[in-house]
Design a binder for this molecule. Structure first.
Ligand code: G3H
Length: 478
């Protein structure tokens, strides 16, 4: 009834003194697959203490040595791609092939981060005083970037490995220590990833991974006085973390309702394949998934037909078989999606396929003629259900996009690049993709949301910078 996993602290694998565990339910079998330790607040306190002292000597470790260890961890992670991918399949029902891709992408991210870190942290600035009115050239100012201290990383279930290393690697290269609180679904994949860092030989206590119930250690971690920075990816919880956190830098990547605006001159085959990729990959469980299609009425029939034909070809079933559509992560998630579907049905949306669900498995569904009074027009299903809203002007599309409380990404399809740029400027989102579905990667691109979609900007370079502060030394000449 589920393999028991230990948590990681002070360079060792430990059982919690609570004697309790948290079950991880396989979304496909809906049976307990693993159990992780339910860590106590006392254990969190210990982890914070060791993180603080380990960071002090890590900050003094030469940058090139930090990079060397990260390169080692990256190589080990790639070596361990098969067992980690297997955990992803069992914990979060990610299709097997995509699970391997996630691990490989994570290894690449760590290496890139090590390389970027040695470059940007290896440089400082030198300023002289006589450029500011009233000053002689008597002050030389030296600036460099120093670490923040202890970084708390909280990744989400949908990329437990990749969105963990996208926080861990920048934190470590910049000289911080790292406390990881994995999501429940994805915790074992995270623990296995941390094992690769353990094998790479990072100093004891520099990285820890505490598992447990949010109700017991969630607020305790995020409000802990020992934490100097929080990098969080997930849902609404990020908003409450932001409100409760102390005076520390926050990096938050929260939800999205990414719109896909389709103009009359768009290449509809290109749009249809991007809607399939953007809306249905990993069963729509991506913050950057296409979550609403806003299509000009004149081309709507043609586009819906093309998308419908492609939806019919999506395979539905277990992640082990590499099906396109796999069970969503939890039963409550499936129930939530079902609630949105029922609401759309009652309010008269056109169902392009019949709604079908077995356990956590929901068949892909395209809803046409969705109107603004339907919940699905605004809420993110985080599932394989995609609404289409027909628009009569581009302004109407931009208005719908900007009326959302989210502002992560968006995309626009047209052959007129000038128009696309104007639309991009008008869309209140962190990124707009022209003629492609939204996506976070490549992982060195800036990635950010506005409004309820987040705080700060990610991407390798931005994350490294965010996890440092500027230190200046001024030499005063006589
Ligand atoms: O779920 C949120 C992720 O940051 C999206 O990443 O665009 O690579 O799927 P992705």
């Amino acid at each position: 009834d589920g393999e028991m996993c230990k948590y990681y602290a002070d360079g060792e694998w430990k059982k919690s003194s609570s004697g309790k565990s948290v079950p991880i339910i396989n979304p496909t079998s809906r049976k307990t697959q693993y159990k992780v330790q339910a860590c106590t607040q006392e254990e969190v306190n210990k982890v914070m203490d060791t993180a603080k002292s380990a960071q002090k000597s890590w900050a003094k470790t030469p940058l090139w040595k930090r990079a060397e260890l990260l390169h080692k961890a990256a190589a080990l992670l790639k070596e361990h791609k098969a067992p980690i991918a297997e955990c992803l399949v069992k914990e979060i029902a990610k299709p097997a092939k995509d699970s391997v891709t996630e691990v490989v992408r994570s290894g690449d991210l760590i290496s890139y981060c090590a390389e970027e870190g040695v470059r940007i942290l290896g440089e400082g600035k030198f300023l002289v005083s006589d450029s500011f009115p009233g000053n002689e050239r008597t002050k030389y100012c030296l600036t460099s970037k120093i670490p923040l201290g202890v970084v708390l990383a909280i990744p989400p279930f949908n990329y437990p490995v990749n969105l963990a290393v996208s926080k861990i690697a920048p934190a470590l290269i910049a000289g911080n220590s790292l406390v990881l609180k994995p999501p429940t679904q994805g915790a074992v994949s995270c623990l296995h990833m941390v094992y690769c860092f353990h094998l790479a030989g990072f100093p004891k206590g520099l990285i820890s991974c505490v598992t447990g119930k949010g109700s017991e250690i969630g607020d305790f971690l995020t409000m802990h006085p020992g934490v100097n920075c929080i990098s969080f990816t997930g849902g609404d919880t990020g908003i409450s973390i932001s409100k409760k956190a102390g005076m520390i830098p926050l990096q938050m990547e929260l939800g999205g309702k990414d719109a896909c605006i389709v103009l009359e001159d768009a290449d509809l085959d290109l749009v249809a394949s991007n809607i399939i990729k953007g809306g249905f990959s990993y069963s729509g469980q991506r913050c950057t998934a296409v979550k609403v299609v806003l299509v000009m009425e004149s081309v709507a029939d043609a586009l819906v037909e093309k998308v419908k034909a492609k939806v019919a070809k999506l395979t539905v079933g277990p992640p082990e078989n590499n099906c396109d559509i796999t069970p969503v992560v939890t039963e409550s998630s499936a129930n939530y999606i079902e609630g949105l579907v029922k609401d759309a049905k009652e309010k008269g949306a056109t169902f392009c396929q019949e709604y079908r669900r077995e356990g956590n498995l929901i068949w892909p569904l395209l809803l046409d003629n969705v109107r603004p009074d339907m919940r699905i027009a605004w809420e993110e299903p985080f599932g394989p259900v995609l609404p289409v809203i027909r628009i009569n002007s581009v302004e109407e599309g931009i208005h719908h996009c900007n009326a959302s409380n989210f502002g992560l990404q968006g995309c626009v399809f047209t052959k007129d690049v000038n128009k696309a740029i104007l639309i991009s400027d008008a869309m209140e989102t962190g990124t707009v993709q022209i003629n492609s579905a939204p996506a976070r990667g490549p992982d060195h691109f800036p990635f950010q949301g506005i409004k309820d979609s987040g705080i700060g900007s990610q991407g390798i370079t931005n994350s490294i910078n965010m996890m440092t502060k500027v230190k200046t030394t001024v030499i005063n000449l006589p």
